[in-house]
Structure formats: structure tokens, C-alpha cells
Design a protein around this ligand. Sequence first.
Ligand code: CA
Ligand code: CA
Ligand code: CA
Ligand code: CA
Length: 470
Amino acid sequence: MRRSLTAALAVTTLVTPLVLVAAAGSASAAPVPPRTPLVDFNHDGYADLVFSAVGGYEGTTPGQVTVVYGSASGPVTAHAKTFGRATPGVPGDPESGGRFGQETAAADLDGDRYTDLVVSGYDGKAVVLWGSAAGLSGQGSAELPWNGGHVTAGDFNGDGKRDLVTVDFPRSGDPNNDDQGMLISYGPFTREGKAASTQAVATSRAFGPGGFVTGDITGDGADDIVSNHGFEEMAYASRFWAGGKDGVNTTPKPLAASVGGAIADVDKDGYGDLIVRDIGNNFEGMPYQKGTILIKYGTADGPSTTRTAKITQDTAGVPGVGEEGDEFGSSISAGDVNGDGYADVAVGILGEDIESVADAGSTVLLKGSRTGLTGTGAQAFQQSTTGVPGASEKEDKFGSQVLLSDTNKDGKADLTATAPLEDGTYADSGAAWHLRGAAGGLTVTGITSFGPKALGALEKGVMFGSWLAR
Ligand SMILES: [Ca+2]
Ligand SMILES: [Ca+2]
Ligand SMILES: [Ca+2]
Ligand SMILES: [Ca+2]
């Protein structure tokens, strides 16, 4: 694709109003602004990173997760540590193709202020690695009472203790009952991995949750859940589940079918806003889509049905052009990159062609503002960007995972982006890039890039960066 990054960045006057400003609603309690705890395993104030490397679906690697700690100068590769089923203290045994680390979730589960890491795979029960002043350790790791699968953290009853939502759902034993659902496990957790209490929530008669987005949309101090549903050619409505002091409200509100996303306050009105990938009505069609981001602004009642906006690569100010298979929105993460108090949104575009290089991949940063998330001042970064290490190669899929977190504790979120299909010593070793946040947005000043080899982890066929803990 012909790039026009500089031209796009220069467009500052073509501001398309993407949102309607909501009329003032009836007076209610001031919203509690959404909070996203730092992922900080050693509790030193610097956000830490965890990279999964689980290999391909036909791969034979058992899967591993590697933690890289933050510091005043950003991620420190020298002190990285890798964990797998073979790590002393971690329950279970390594399995070929076990995909240990298929998903991870970071949360302080035992309430000691050190973030802990839940690791889920295809290889048996999920486990939790405990944080400490020395960081994550395999010693004393606990098996969690459910098999691997989707797992996301949040505080769904607003008591300040982190909770988990998983797809595990207690079956009734009746073979004619095909209810599916989600399980909320409320913290604090014991060191044996036992939750303080649990709540099973039926979600639908078929096609249980295919993933969760969590965060406080309603401004009551309790995180809410958006669940995604669908399979192959079928995409079913996503659902909004309100959290509250008594737990998750079991009557959902339907939302348009979506995959992935983030909840963050992009317009600084105190309500978390829902930013998702709009997938239309066909799961199988996703690899062929240009990609669309759907924003539903937060209200005391949940995601607004009227104050919504869509952003694509064809939106004014957004670098690049939307083309079939780009998949704008393949990964989404929110954080305040420029420190102005408005959450910004990083968007992966794993299928972006760079010049004639197919599926090299790219990322775009969209900036929050008083009027919400817009294309104004959007930035794009890929391996062909001046100052970014590496080269855009066919099917690198740069931007497969994006994460905004403040690794150097300067109050500005930094971007971690991965390309699991980047070649290293071997094909598909995978690699990560880290760009600092600054007053003007993301900058290539101080950029770092590393793959599994630099971290002392297994490299061959691992597809490093297939998941980032959040
Ligand atoms: Ca840290
Ligand atoms: Ca809680
Ligand atoms: Ca908001
Ligand atoms: Ca920073």
C-alpha cells in the first residue's frame, strides 16, 4: 500500500466530528473514573511486561511466558525470566503443543500488592504465579480450579480486590441442557488458588463467551464485563454485564457483535468508554475485513446506545488506507500516552500491507480528547517507520498484539507491539518493540526491540509475543 504517513499527520484542520455530544442527563452521583491497576509484579512502580510464546497451532513447543521488568529506562531485558510447566514449583508437566500461555491475566489476587500472573493453556488447569519484591516466581505456584481458556481480571464487586472471569461454567448434568456461561471468581484468593466466592452466570444456550473485555463503564467503582459470542460463520451479539457491590448483574444488555477491545475514559467525563472491533455478523469473515473500531461512550447505565462512533483507516487523520484483509483493530489497548488525562488507544493492523509487502503489519495510535476518540493527531508505526528497528517483511504481522502501559513511570503510557511471525534465528521466532510515550505522543526516541533469544528464552518456532499480559 502507498503510505502517506507524513501527509496524514499534517492533517490537523480536517477534524470530522465523530461523536455527538450527549445532552446533559439527569443529575446523579459523580462517576468514579475507571482505574486500571499497574501490572507490577515486583511493586516498584514500573509496569512490567509478560510475553507469551506458544508456537503455532500445529506446533510442538509446550509454550512459555517471559516477564520483562520495567525501570526508569523502560523494559530491562537482562533480568527477564521465563516460566513454563517445567519451571520448579509450577504444577503440571510440559506437553507438546500445550500452549502454556495461550492467555494470561495479571492481577493482585492475594491482596499483598504484588501483581500475580494467571497463565492459561491447553495443557490442564490454569496456574497462578505469585508476585513478590523479587518479581514473579515459580515457587509456590497454585493450580486454579478450572481448565485453560479465556481469563480476564477485574474488580466486579468494587471491593478493591481483584476478581477473575473465565469461560468455565458448571454444567447441570442434564444432557439436554446446553446452557453456557461464565464463572466469576471473587478475590481475595488463597495461596492455594481458592477464590473467596464464585458466581456462575449463564450467558446463552449455545456459543459461550469467546472472550471478555472488562472495566468500569458505569462509574460506580465496580468493573463491568463485555462478553463476545460466536463461532465460524456465526457472530452473535456481544453482551454487557454490569458489575456492582452485590456482584455481576445476571441480566445482560445486548451489544453489536464484537471481538476484543478495551474500556478506558477517552473523553475524561469519568465514565469508561467501550472501544471494540466491530466484526459485522460473521466471525469467519474477520481475516478479510478492512477493520472497524466501534466506540460506545460510557454512561451510568452502560455503553451508550446513541453516543457512538466508528473509526477506520479511512477516517480523517488516520494514517493509511483501509483495504481488505488489513484487520484494523486486530488488537486494541488503551492508556494515556501523552499525559493529558485523556486515554489514548493503540490499534493493531496485523494485515496491513507496507508498500508491496503483504501482511507486514502496522499499528496506529488514536488520541483521546474532550470530544472523544478521533483520528486527529493519529500516528502510525511499523518496521518501515524511520527509527523503528527491523524491516517490514511478508507476513510479519507486526501489531498482532499491542499494549499501552507505563514501563518507565513518567506518567505517560508506552507502547509494546509484537510480531509473532518475525523471523529471528529461526522462522517465526517472534519479536517485540517498545516505544515511549511523550507529550507529543509515541516517539521512536529510546525505542527498543527484542526477541526471545535476547531474553534467554526458547526461540525455535515459539512465535514470541502471541499474547501480552494485561
Ligand atoms: Ca515493576
Ligand atoms: Ca472484587
Ligand atoms: Ca468517557
Ligand atoms: Ca512512560
